[in-house]
Design a protein around this ligand. Structure first.
Ligand code: ZN
Length: 90
């Protein structure tokens, strides 16, 4: 349980370190998720709303079990680029 929590929190906090804010703060988050707003709001939307994001308190899995969602990966690639030799989006 301890390792699970450390991994989940680390992935979430690295997300903040990269400049990502909480997914539930988005204007298009479901109303019940917006009730969980915390921290600052972003000013750039890179992907559709992501209920599975590691940055979403409304995710039924705590920090998505420490695993980036498909849209988390897409957002990181959009912001920072993909792996060398691969265009963004692959
Ligand atoms: Zn956070």
């Amino acid at each position: 349980m301890r390792e699970y929590c450390i991994k989940g929190i680390a992935v979430h906090e690295f997300g903040h370190g990269l400049g990502f804010v909480h997914e539930q703060n988005r204007f298009d988050a479901p109303g019940e998720c917006q009730q969980l707003k915390q921290g600052t709001n972003g000013d750039l939307v890179l992907t559709p709303y992501d209920p599975r994001s590691v940055m979403n308190y409304c995710n039924p899995k705590y920090n998505n079990d420490g695993m980036l969602s498909t849209l988390d990966i897409a957002a990181v690639r959009e912001a920072y680029g993909g792996p060398p030799g691969k265009p963004v989006g692959e």
